[in-house]
Structure formats: C-alpha cells, structure tokens
Design a protein around this ligand. Structure first.
Ligand code: UGA
Length: 493
C-alpha cells in the first residue's frame, strides 16, 4: 500500500507486555517515534526500578532513550487491565523459553493473552513480538475466543523483531525491513500507522533522531505478509544466520587442515553479493538466548508438521564440534591442562552485551576447570552475571582487568570479541605471562603481529604463529618455558 510522503503521524496508544529485553527496547523505540506507550510487567520490583530511573539490562543507548521518554510518552506499570484499556495496540513481549523437549514453551504467552481478555472493550490489535513458532497467532486468537473475547474485538498480528543484543536500539529504528504478518485490512492499517514515521522516513529527518548506520530518509522496506509467513520469516531468518556461522566454522576446519586462512576465504566468499559478508566470522560457535533455542524450536515445528529438516541438526552439530575443537586446540598448545593457569578474556556470548545465556565462553570455562586448570577471568560487562553461576573459588578468580587476568598465566584465551581485547598491550602481556601463548577464539590479531610480539598464537581457521627469531630468542630466555621443556615440543594447532 503506497502512502503519501509527508503523512502526519497519528499517536497510537500502545501497551507493551513484558519489560524484558525485547519489551523494553520496543517500548522505548515506539515512544521515540512518537507513540504513547505503557510498559507492563508482573515483576513489581522491576517496574519500580524502571519507574525510578533504573535500567535492568545492559544495552547500548537504552538508558538514554528511557531517560528521554520516561514520565512523558513512556510509563511503567503493573496494572495490566488499565494498560489494555488504554491501548489500541498491545505488544506481547514475554519470555518463550525452551521446554525440556526442545519446543518453545508458550505458557507465558498464553497467560498474558488470557489476562488481556477482560480489557478487550473496543477493537485492539495484539502484536506477537516474542519469538514464537509458526501458527502461534492462530493459537492466540483461539485462546482469546475461548476466554470470551468476541471475534470482532481484536486481530492478532505477527510482527517479529530482528534485534541483536548490543545494537537493539538501532536495529529497531534502522531495520533492514519491517515484517508485518496480518490477515485483515483493519489490522494492517493500524500497524502501518504504528510504523508510519519509519515507513515515510520522517523519523530519519528529525534533528533529534537517534543516529543509525544507514540513511533511511526514503523510508524503510516494509513487508506485509500473512501471519503464518511472518512467523516463518522470523524462525527461518535466525536459522539461516546460524547456518552461515556454522558454515564458515566448518570451512575454518578445512582451512586449518590445508594451512590456509579462513579470513581470506570468508572475504572471498562474502564479496559475492548473493552470499554477503556478514555472519561469516569464524569463531568458537554461536550462543546467546536466541540461536540455540530457536534452531531447536524450528526443528520441532518441522517435526510436528511432518518434515524432516535435518539441516538444522547439522547446524547444531557443527556448533558443538567447534567448541570441542577449540578446547582441543588449547590442549595442543599447552600439552596438558592439569595444574595450568589459564587466563580467559570474555564471558558474554558476544561483545556489547552482559548476556551469558548459552555462551560458548561459559561452556569452555567449565571444561577447562574440569581438566584441572586454574582460571582467571575478565569481561568488561558480564562478570556479575557470571558470578551467579560460577562462584569465585580456589580454581576460579575474577580479575580486575585483562592484565590482572593474564598475570602469571600459562596461556591467554580470548572467547568474546570485545573491541578492547583487540588492542592489548602485547609487550606488557608477554612480560607478565608465564608462557607467551595466546589462543584466540575470535581471530582478533594478525599472525604477523603476534609473531613479532613473541607469542605462540593459535586462532580459528588460520595457521598457528610462532615468535619471530629475534622475539624467539627473547621467549627462550623465559626460564619457566625452558624448565617445562615446552619449546621442545612441536606445536601445531
Ligand atoms: C540474533 C539475530 O541476529 C537477531 O536478528 C534476532 O532478532 C535475535 O537473534 C533474536 O532472535 O532475538 P543475537 O542473539 O543478539 O541476535 O546475536 P547475534 O549477533 O546474531 O549473534 C549470535 C551468535 O552468533 C553470537 O554468539 C555470535 O558471536 C555468533 N556469531 C555471529 C559468530 O560466531 N559469527 C558471526 O559472523 C556472527
């Protein structure tokens, strides 16, 4: 549907149910583009924190956006009934954790939907924003009707989010596309009004806009589909991105075997615009609250409708193997992990977040500890979250910074691609570490730089590097290395 360029935005009253990651970002961004938003949660302590200016999650730019709109176009409440009566659009952004059998557990969605029912006193659109399997919209509509809502009082729309932790605000405001799955004209029109400032580009021409990565003043790519298609788009998108990561990780294993560099190979592949260069960074495997859970849930959806989607199992298997392979690399570099001191940089599942859910770094630390090493760890954001699941002990120490972690260590392991980890003072590290060994799960350094700095350097999908002869001489002076006979052993990654 074509709309005129400078259409005036209608302020839409919005209720966002759930003040978690997706809910908070959506609430802040919808207020930012001009709507009146109330964000509701059953967790009273969380709502009080938000009301008093606190921000319960770490996300770049979120605190500034909340501060800008809190108490004006954005408020927080525990009163769901009032919020539903106030709103024309209700966003459901509650958790959809994984059930023990791998399917998405939709019980929070169901109970949110049931509690919305009594407030449906006039026509409202329910937007399903949580990551859910295909056909969920139909279940939501059915649940509403079973709980007494008249079919005319609502429509259910699937409007999946494609937010990445760490860049969620700009992902919301500067999306590659907005996907709206709606089965009625009335709900399509309301969603169009909701996103009008992004569709007509007027938001991007505002002087006080949040700056973003692209010039979208001509408007965003807005895609209208059926609800079922929108739900599939979300699950298939995540599966495809995870496929890219697993694909390049599989290629990285080949690169190691033929002594070439996956970074070069990825550049060559990604230059083909049909493939694209993003999500082709080899590493220690994907993690986080989305990919692992969503891929399993997608597989379950396929199974439920009688399709054998084995490719999804391969994506998962490669991801697991990548982590096992990395640990093997550590063993090869150090010969044995028993009684070694390993410094670990990075706990979050990726940089820019404090999230450690399904983080490959946590799996790796547990395995290193299980092999009898002492570990000192540092992460600029995720230390507190980590303490809750891996308490400090004689085996595990939380360091104050990278250099404190590395002090006296037999090896330094990089597990998260925080930009500050790619700028370490290598001379200082070299001097303070017991062995100059770095095992880099994120390919943050060039081989030449590490050789020149006197390191034994192992990364992913690239040849290993050894100290240059002059640096080597320096390394050989390191009496600890001589004592342990490490230099007599051939080290291949
Ligand atoms: C992902 C998707 O990228 C979002 O589009 C989606 O909205 C979100 O899931 C969701 O479903 O809510 P996110 O989990 O925040 O976002 O993280 P990504 O940036 O996608 O990274 C996922 C994992 O893949 C991380 O562990 C990351 O380190 C890894 N990765 C990513 C690689 O190993 N290599 C790459 O090239 C890219």
């Amino acid at each position: 549907m074509e709309m005129s360029f400078a259409q005036v935005t209608r302020v839409v009253p919005v209720a966002v149910i759930g003040s978690g990651y997706v809910g908070l970002v959506a609430a802040a961004c919808l207020a930012e583009i001009g709507h009146e938003v109330v964000c509701v949660d059953v967790d009273q302590a969380r709502i009080e924190l938000l009301q008093s200016g606190g921000v319960p999650i770490f996300e770049e730019g979120l605190d500034a956006l909340l501060a800008r709109h809190r108490g004006q176009r954005l408020r927080f409440s525990c009163n769901l009934a009032e919020a539903v009566r106030f709103a024309e659009v209700i966003l459901i952004a509650v958790g959809t954790p994984q059930s023990p059998t791998g399917e998405a557990d939709l019980s929070q969605v169901e109970s949110a939907v049931i509690s919305i029912c009594p407030g449906l006193d006039s026509y409202k659109v329910l937007i399903e924003k949580s990551t859910v399997p295909v056909l969920t919209s139909q279940w939501i509509a059915r649940t509403l009707r079973l709980n007494g809502a008249s079919a005319k009082s609502f429509d259910v729309v699937s409007n999946p989010e494609f937010l990445r932790e760490g860049s969620a605000i700009t992902d919301f405001l500067y999306p590659d596309r907005i996907v709206v799955g709606a089965d009625t004209e009335r709900s399509r029109k309301l969603l169009h009004e909701l996103y009008q400032p992004l569709i007509d580009g007027s938001y991007y021409r505002r002087a006080d806009r949040v700056d973003g990565p692209a010039d979208l003043s001509g408007g965003v790519y807005y895609i209208e589909t059926s609800t079922n298609s929108a739900e599939l788009i979300k699950q298939a998108s995540n599966a495809f991105l995870a496929l890219k990561v697993s694909f390049i990780n599989a290629v990285s294993n080949l690169c190691e075997r033929v002594n070439t560099d996956v970074e070069e190979v990825a550049r060559g592949i990604g230059a083909d615009r049909r493939i694209g260069s993003r999500f082709l960074r080899a590493g220690i495997g994907y993690g986080g609250s989305c990919f692992p859970k969503d891929i399993r849930a997608f597989g379950k959806v396929a199974e439920a409708v009688g399709y054998n989607f084995d490719l999804l199992k391969c994506i998962e298997q490669i991801n697991e193997d990548q982590q096992t392979g990395f640990l093997k690399k550590l063993r090869t570099a150090l010969w044995s992990l028993k009684d070694k001191h390993i410094a670990v940089l990075g706990l979050a599942f990726k940089h820019g977040t404090d999230d450690i859910r399904e983080s490959p770094a946590i799996t790796m630390i547990r395995k290193i500890l299980a092999e009898g090493s002492r570990v000192s760890i540092f992460d600029p954001a995720a230390m507190n979250n980590c303490r809750a699941i891996l308490p400090e002990s004689a085996q595990l120490r939380y360091a104050v910074d990278e250099y404190d972690a590395a002090n006296g260590a037999h090896a330094l392991v990089i597990l998260t691609e925080w930009p500050q980890f790619s700028n370490l003072d290598l001379a200082r590290l070299h001097q303070s570490m017991r062995y100059p060994i770095m095992i880099d799960g994120r390919n943050l350094y060039s081989l030449a730089k590490m050789s020149a700095a006197g390191f034994y350097y192992y990364s992913v999908g690239r040849p290993s590097a050894e100290p240059l002869p002059e640096a080597h001489a320096f390394a050989e002076d390191n009496s600890a290395m001589m004592e342990n006979g490490l230099l007599n052993h051939s080290l291949t990654a």
